[in-house]
Write a protein that binds this ligand. Structure first.
Ligand SMILES: NC(=[NH2+])NCCC[C@H](N)C(=O)O
Ligand SMILES: [Mn+2]
Ligand SMILES: [Mn+2]
Length: 299
């Protein structure tokens, strides 16, 4: 992000990609936690575009994938909104919403870059397909879709595919990986820092490696941060918590290092579910992390 850039906030109250209700309130929870005010305090010119209109989950159980029609419609809307923001050279900051929203956000963002990099900060790789998914939930599929693997109606959102090259993706914090995802990670040669590598190397080294790896070959980098990448003790308001996650401190360091490197050109914070949360703590965590990413310094 460039200092002189304005920030454009978009809410994606998406809950169609999984079955637990409440994640559609994630954008409000982050706004309520003071997001816009905090960004203004940092000196940014912030424009809040409000929320994308999302249909209620359909009752039609005969769809090829649960809610696929509604997910496609919502993704197309988000994709157009993001494209318009980038045309104004403003920094897109998208609030979620379940992670299926990344199909739309990255469809919009990647249009602008020949070699978009993505940091997928998440307990899950989200690389399932309809064939490998244990749940049938689209929020477990968006990274595969953006790599061009999955239902053709999803991979071609925005009118082109694929959005990402496997060598431009780094996954950080993975610790719940399904069999089909493991196979795809190996087949495509995706760079993954699982919790094992984070424990062994430490977050500082993980981020140094990530930054060097992406800086060389990308012309923009999108951060897709799923709050379940953090440990459920520190971010309880998520629908698919997994033990043994990244700490709040590690996550701050990671985002501060990204700010220093001036690598990130767009970002999204997803899977905040206030119904499952404790006193909006997870939204507070998300807002604190966003300010670190956008350059808040302690001294
Ligand atoms: N964005 C998320 N929280 N994804 C969780 C996915 C969980 C599991 N791998 C699935 O496919 O259903
Ligand atoms: Mn996740
Ligand atoms: Mn995810």
């Amino acid at each position: 992000m460039k200092k002189e850039q304005t920030i454009s906030v978009i809410g994606m109250p998406m809950d169609l990609g999984q079955k637990r209700r409440g994640v559609d309130m994630g954008p409000s929870a982050m706004r309520y936690a003071g997001l816009i005010e905090e960004l203004e305090k940092l000196g940014f010119n912030v424009r809040d575009y409000g929320d994308i209109a999302i249909d209620r989950p359909g009752s039609d159980d005969t769809q090829e994938l649960r809610n696929i029609k509604e997910v496609i419609e919502a993704s197309e809307k988000l994709q157009q909104q993001v494209t318009a923001i980038q045309e104004k050279d403003s920094f897109p900051l998208i609030l979620g919403g379940d992670h299926s929203m990344s199909i739309g956000s990255i469809a919009g963002i990647s249009k602008r870059y020949k070699n978009l990099g993505v940091i997928w900060y998440d307990a899950h790789p989200d690389m399932n397909t309809a064939e490998t998914s244990p749940s049938g939930n689209i929020h477990g599929m968006p990274l595969a879709v953006n790599l061009g693997v999955g239902h053709p109606k999803l991979t071609t959102i925005g009118g082109y595919a694929p959005k990402l090259k496997p060598e431009n993706v780094v996954i950080i914090g993975a610790r719940d990986i399904d069999e089909g995802e493991r196979e795809m990670i190996k087949r495509l040669g995706i760079k993954v820092f699982t919790m094992h590598e984070v424990d062994r190397l430490g977050m500082q080294r993980v981020m140094e490696d990530t930054i060097t790896y992406l800086a060389e070959k990308t012309d923009g980098v999108h951060l897709s941060l799923d709050l379940d990448g953090l440990d459920p003790q520190e971010a309880p308001g998520v629908g698919t918590p997994v033990l043994g996650g990244l700490t709040y401190r590690e996550s701050h360091l990671a985002l501060e290092m990204l700010a220093e490197a001036e690598l990130i050109t767009s970002a999204e914070f997803v899977e905040v579910n206030p119904i499952l949360d404790v006193k909006n703590h997870t939204a507070d965590v998300a807002v604190a992390l966003i300010t670190s990413l956008l350059g808040k310094k302690l001294l």
